[in-house]
Design a protein around this ligand. Structure first.
Ligand SMILES: Nc1nc2c(ncn2[C@@H]2O[C@H](COP(=O)(O)OP(=O)(O)OP(=O)(O)O)[C@@H](O)[C@H]2O)c(=O)[nH]1
Ligand SMILES: [Mg+2]
Length: 392
């Protein structure tokens, strides 16, 4: 009995030893996994999350593309080629908007004669408008490009283009219309510039990770940049990204003060941007998030302010022009900047020293300027990190 018991005990002990060895092995594995998770979390801590926010067409994806070009591998040939259908679609859609717009103005405007197409271009116009209304666009051939160019040069289309702010004419119009022959070449490969001009409405979320390169070396910071869709129906997806954001890069297209929204033609784009910026500033998740405000599309703004008074926008109705030319442009820009600053400080408690607010004048198409701007953003964020770590 005893011997049986001891034998069993022996068995149990050896089984226990077996279990113990297995446990130890499993424990070691678990510890190793935990260590790795910790390591990764530690590495993740150094990854700074940047969020591009702003209304539709404010230039978020253009900034995103620039960052890809500047601090990542850029676009390879396959990626460049993937923009061919996008660019061709931009051309077809644009010429349709202009054609249909001229037709409407020719019927309803008090100066309707200005918008009547010359009789030899009427058929071309109808044909192109028909193509522009399709879901699938044909490749842009030399012949079609020729037709589009003929129509673009029609005085009625040029008059309509001058009223583009009322018609949702995209900002890439002139650039693509001036390059039609090249775009329709059978061996066409988009250039970097073409890609920056290409307009694709973002749906969903895209991200890249990068380290900004200084003059000779990397800055050391690792950023993860998120691009989202800015049109109204896209904004419900934003909230999922709001945790742990180091900085919001808020894009505001300052040239759009005389335009209405693509998704709601009753709403002024600048008013929408104002409300959106206010809403973003109030988010609890962003209590300690820095704000980098990009007052974008300055290239269009500087031409427009000399022709269209800022006061056409309700938010800027107290604007008084003081001068002409360059001085007036600066005055108008400073006025807009001040409006945004007032909004920021109204929405932020005065003792809020742990979040940084910077305003930058940008033209997202200008690579050198974007590089310079991002360098400043990087410097600001690094300084803030040192400050947070008590090293400054
Ligand atoms: N002239 C000029 N055009 C710009 C500038 N920034 C962006 N664009 C153009 O404006 C259009 C819209 O820019 P996107 O970057 O697609 O705008 P977005 O904010 O990503 O828009 P959503 O994805 O709809 O939210 C594109 O055709 C760009 O080439 C700028 O500073 N100047
Ligand atoms: Mg976009």
């Amino acid at each position: 009995m005893l011997s049986h018991l001891s034998r069993n005990m022996g068995l149990l002990c050896s089984r226990n030893r077996h279990y113990n060895e297995q446990d130890a092995e499993e424990n070691a594995q678990a510890a190793e996994i935990e260590r790795r998770i910790e390591q990764e979390t530690e590495a993740e801590k150094h990854i700074q999350k940047l969020l591009l926010l702003g209304a539709g067409e404010s230039g978020k994806s253009t900034i995103f593309k620039q960052i890809k070009l500047l601090f990542q591998t850029g676009f390879d040939e396959a990626e460049l080629k993937s923009y061919i259908p996008v660019i061709h679609a931009n051309v077809y859609q644009t010429i349709k908007v202009l054609h249909d717009g001229s037709k409407e103005l020719a019927q309803n405007d008090k100066e309707f004669t200005k918008y009547v197409l010359s009789s030899e271009n009427k058929d071309i116009g109808e044909k192109l408008s028909d193509i522009g209304g399709r879901l699938d666009y044909p490749r842009l051939t030399r012949e079609r490009a020729q037709d589009i160019e003929t129509l673009w040069k029609d005085a009625a289309i040029q008059e309509t283009y001058a009223r583009g702010n009322e018609l949702q004419v995209p900002d890439c119009t002139q650039y693509f219309m001036e390059n039609l022959q090249r775009l329709s070449d059978a061996n066409y490969i988009p250039t970097k510039e073409d890609v920056l001009y290409a307009r694709v409405r973002t749906t969903g979320v895209v991200e890249i990770q990068f380290s900004p390169v200084g003059e000779n070396k990397k800055s050391g910071e690792v950023y993860r940049l998120f691009d989202v869709g800015g049109q109204r129906n896209e904004r419900r997806k934003w909230i999922h990204l709001f945790e742990g954001v180091t900085a919001v890069i808020f894009c505001a297209a300052i040239s759009e003060y005389d335009q209405t929204l693509f998704e709601d033609e009753q709403k002024n784009r600048m008013m929408e941007t104002k409300e959106l910026f206010e809403w973003v500033l109030k988010q609890e998740c962003f209590e300690k998030t820095s704000f980098m405000l990009f007052l974008n599309k300055f290239d269009i703004f500087e031409k427009k302010v000399l022709k269209v008074p800022l006061s056409v926008c309700e938010w800027f109705n107290d604007y008084q022009p003081v001068s002409t030319g360059k001085q007036e442009i600066e005055h108008a820009y400073e006025f807009v900047k001040k409006k945004f600053e007032e909004l920021y400080f109204k929405s932020t408690a005065p003792d809020r020293v742990d979040r940084v607010f910077k305003v930058y004048r940008t033209t997202a198409l200008d690579q050198k300027l974007v590089k310079k701007t991002f360098k400043l953003v990087d410097e600001t964020l690094r300084r803030r990190n040192l400050f947070e770590a008590g090293l400054l």
